[in-house]
Structures are given as C-alpha cells and as structure tokens.
Design a protein around this ligand. Structure first.
Ligand code: AMP
Ligand code: MG
Length: 492
C-alpha cells in the first residue's frame, strides 16, 4: 500500500548550518504498538496506510518516505542553569513537515531513530517505557486543552536498548507545531552568528507569529509573542497540577507548546514545592518554581535577540527588558483567571484571589488531592449536601468547612445559577489526569509483560478528562500511600 505523506519541508530549506541531513538508522523488527487514528485524520493522513507494512517501516525509520528530507536539528541550551553550546537532536530525526487540511504546518519527527552527529555519548535510541509515557502524557495534555506536541505512533524496534535492565527499544512519532526551541536561538547567538539568528527569527515569525511581521519591530513582536505564550502555558500547567520536570531552554518551545515529556508528572496531594524528577536534585523545577523558570528562559531568549531589537545597544537592552517584564502580568492574569474559573467565581470581585489562595493553603496543610478537591468543588457548588467528598480529602475536614462557608457567601454575588456554575466548573476541573501510579502500572504491563491493555484503557480514560464516566471511578481516585509515586525517572 503506497503511503502518501504530503511533505513540504521548510526547515530543510534553511541554511546548511541549521541541521545535519541524515536518515534514521533502521531497526531489526518494527512493530506498530499504537497509532493515533484521530490525530492522523486531523493531519490529513490515512491511518490505514500508516498501519500498513510500508507505513510501519516509515514510522520505524526503516524506509524514507517519498518527499521526506530527514535531518537532525542543531540547538544549544541551558541545562539546569548551565549553558551547553551544542546539544541538538541526538536521537530524534525530523522527517519533514506536512500542512494539515486546515492549513496548519506540522513537524513529523521520529524520536529514538538512531545516532546523529549530535548524539555525543548517547545511543540515539529510546526505551519503550519513556516512549509510552510521552505518548500518554502528551495526548492527555491535548485532551485537557493545553498546547502540546502530540503523539502519532509508537513502534517497538525488536531490539533492546542499553539501559538498566535492557528494556525493549521503541520509536515515537512526534507531531509538533515546530521543534524551534529557545536553545535553537542560543545555538547561533553563542557563535555570534547574528545572520543566523535573524534567519531563524524570520522563520519563527512566518511560522508561528505572522502578525509580528507587520509590527513596528517584528523581532520585538516575536519576543513579546513567545513571552505571552509561555506565560499562558505555564499558568495552564499550574492550573492542572502539571510539573514539567526539565524546563531547560532546549525544552522550551518557541511555538508555546509543552515539549519533551521526560520525568514530568501530575501532582496528587497539593504541595507547591513538589518535585518528582530524580535528576532535579535541588528542586529547580518544582511545581511553584515553574513561572520563575519560564521567565528566566525568556530572558535567555531575549539575550539572543538583542542585536535585532535595536541598533543601539542600550535601546536594545531596554527593549528586551521591557518585553520580559511582560511575563509576570501576563502569567498572573492567566493564572488568576484560571483559578477563578476553577472555583466557580465567574463574576470577578475583589478578594477572589485571596479567597482561593486560602483554599490552596488549606489544601497544602491538609494534604488534599489537588485534582479531586477542585473536581468535587463543582459538586459542592450545587449545595453543601455534596461537601462530604471534599471533606474526606482533608486531614482536618473542618478546615474545608470554614473556607466553604465564606465561599458560599461569595457565591451569592454570582450572576450564574448553581447549575450553570456546576457545568462551567466541570469543564475546567478534570476528573481524570495521568496519575503517576496509573501511568507506571500501564508502562510496566507493556514493558514487562507485553500487555498493552492497561495502556489502551488509560488512553481511553484520558481522552475525555472532563467527563466523568460510570465505571471509571478507580481512575479518578487518588493513590493510597502504598501506590503513591514520589519520584520519576527520565529513563532516557
Ligand atoms: P532531553 O533530556 O531528552 O531533552 O535531551 C537532552 C539532550 O540529550 C538532547 O540533545 C538529546 O538529543 C540528547 N539525548 C537524550 N537521550 C539521548 C540518547 N539516548 N542518545 C543520544 N542523545 C540523547
Ligand atoms: Mg529535550
């Protein structure tokens, strides 16, 4: 069956120093373990073609599709605060871009496709567990409504990878608005290659911020645009309890998508200092540190753009500072607006944020589950007869009662009816998130026993996170102390 992938590869048309052209390294015995049929359709691709023998060969890197110009992208990045002038795609290969039926340009990338000139000591491969984790969590993020890269397919390679326990190897087909990162700008800026920074900026503007092209200063408008999208993104993460775990500048996307799902995790009990990643020894990327880190990452982007912001150095610096100063207000507005919606406060009043902050403080003191507290708050919005579900989450239920009585007085000021409020709150407070213990159990069954049923079930549960469905109660529950997971690993 001929596989039609209508590639149009704009990145491959950039100057040669932007990438290394190379094909994926073939694998021993590719097998498709998951295809995202709905996403394939959105991309205008034929799922049956992708699932055919030829399609699977393409998804495994054993065959280069017609029109594909495979390449590894060059980039740099600050990793945990330390600048690394050359990182690049060490195990990912961009097959090319396609334009979807509604006109969106999307990268099609294989992650785990073999060594590249950027691999350094790495093997260029990915293990099945982390591939399935990225598949699950990125698709869950999409269903939750956050900007994110997507997962089109996962194939196993028939080979093992050099990791602890010699796990099975796999390749993820990742779909992204682009793979431009803050680190891509840093790569050229660190070499003093202002021409390349300009070329890259023009490319980013055309691809992601077309409105910037007609601004008084397009490069300043580009910076403003990235700052705004990153502020919104991180606010969105906090509002659903997401911890990225590796917010290095090479994992910070210019398009504003969540990218690179390594040791990321969703919080169970609310604790703003939560850190899951085993490699984040100092808690640099803790839950409540994420806005500050995103701001820091935006400052690194601003530095790369200075030569383009103004010809006068002082003026350029002032412009860059002004742009990143836009982060905090943008973040605050998005975060506070989101908190209000989560608490059903749809007609803004003074004191709303303090009221919700007080709930968060009480949740932290009482180790209340973040997702369930807000989900059940939608029920409590109908009346105090539904309070018990929340009280049960608090070590001291009276701490919730005290707060709820003040919340109900505040609700009297709302224009919406209780039913409207209930419905609106359910649309922003998910019933299901990729809870770590469920994710781990699904990955373990797949990697240890070749049993993909728990993975498939979890994918189905997470496809409609805001819609409570009968029979799925176990997937909404918080972990008990024996199943709760406190640490996650990259496994890369
Ligand atoms: P990540 O932690 O996935 O964001 O990757 C950081 C850098 O390490 C990137 O340059 C990756 O391409 C590279 N890298 C990660 N894993 C491997 C691997 N198994 N082989 C080669 N390079 C890798
Ligand atoms: Mg990365």
């Amino acid at each position: 069956m001929a596989v039609r992938l209508p590639f149009d590869n704009s990145y491959a048309r950039l100057p040669p120093r932007f990438f290394a052209p190379l094909a994926p390294t073939p694998v021993a015995a590719p097998r498709l373990v998951r295809l995202n049929v709905a996403l394939a359709k959105d991309l205008g691709l034929d799922a049956a073609e992708l699932a055919s023998a030829e399609g699977v060969e393409i998804l495994a890197g054993n065959r280069v599709a017609e029109g594909s110009q495979p390449l590894a992208q060059a980039y740099a990045g600050h990793q945990f605060g330390n600048f690394v002038p050359q990182l690049g795609d060490g195990r990912a290969i961009l097959l090319g871009e396609i334009v979807t039926p509604v006109g969106q340009r999307r990268d099609i990338q294989l992650k785990g496709a073999g060594r590249t000139p950027f691999s350094r000591g790495g093997d260029g491969r990915a293990a099945l567990g982390p591939v399935l984790r990225e598949y699950l969590v990125s698709e869950a993020m999409a269903a939750l409504g956050l900007p994110t890269t997507r997962a089109l397919a996962a194939v196993t390679t028939g080979e093992t990878v050099r990791r602890e326990g010699m796990p099975p190897g796999a390749i993820l087909t990742r779909v992204a608005a682009s793979h431009l990162r803050v680190g891509t700008f840093q790569y050229f800026a660190a070499q003093g290659d202002t021409d390349a920074v300009k070329t890259l900026s023009d490319y980013a503007i055309a691809r992601h911020y077309p409105e910037a092209a007609v601004a008084a200063n397009p490069y300043r408008a580009l910076l403003d645009g990235v700052v705004a999208r990153q502020a919104d993104l991180v606010a969105g993460w906090l509002l659903i309890g997401f911890i990225h775990g590796v917010m290095n500048t090479d994992n910070t996307s210019i398009s504003g998508e969540t990218i690179d799902f390594g040791p990321c995790a969703f919080m169970d009990a609310y604790d703003p200092a939560t850190v899951f990643s085993s490699i984040d020894l100092h808690g640099r990327y803790a839950y409540d540190s994420q806005p500050g880190v995103a701001y820091w990452n935006m400052a690194r982007l601003a530095e790369t753009l200075l030569p383009l912001l103004a010809s006068d150095e002082d003026a350029a610096l002032a412009s860059g500072k002004e742009a990143i100063a836009g982060f905090a207000p943008r973040f605050e507005a998005a975060y506070r607006g989101g908190l209000r919606r989560k608490a059903g406060l749809l007609s803004p009043r003074d004191g709303d944020v303090a009221l919700i902050q007080d709930l968060l403080t009480r949740m932290a003191e009482n180790k209340a589950d973040f997702t369930l507290t807000f989900r059940h708050l939608a029920g409590a919005a109908l009346g105090p007869e539904n309070d018990e579900a929340i009280r049960a989450l608090f070590a001291d239920p009276t701490s919730y009662d005290d707060w709820a009585s003040r919340w109900r007085i505040r609700l009297l000021d709302e224009a919406a009816s209780p039913d409207e409020r209930h419905a609106a709150m359910q649309m922003v407070n998910p019933a299901y998130i990729p809870r770590n213990h469920l994710v781990e159990a699904a990955l373990e069954a797949a990697t240890e026993a070749g049993d993909f049923r728990p993975f498939e079930t979890l994918m189905d549960v997470l496809s409609k996170p805001y819609e409570a469905r009968p029979g799925l109660e176990p997937f909404a529950k918080a972990p008990d102390p024996t199943t709760r997971i406190y640490q996650t690993f990259c496994g890369t």
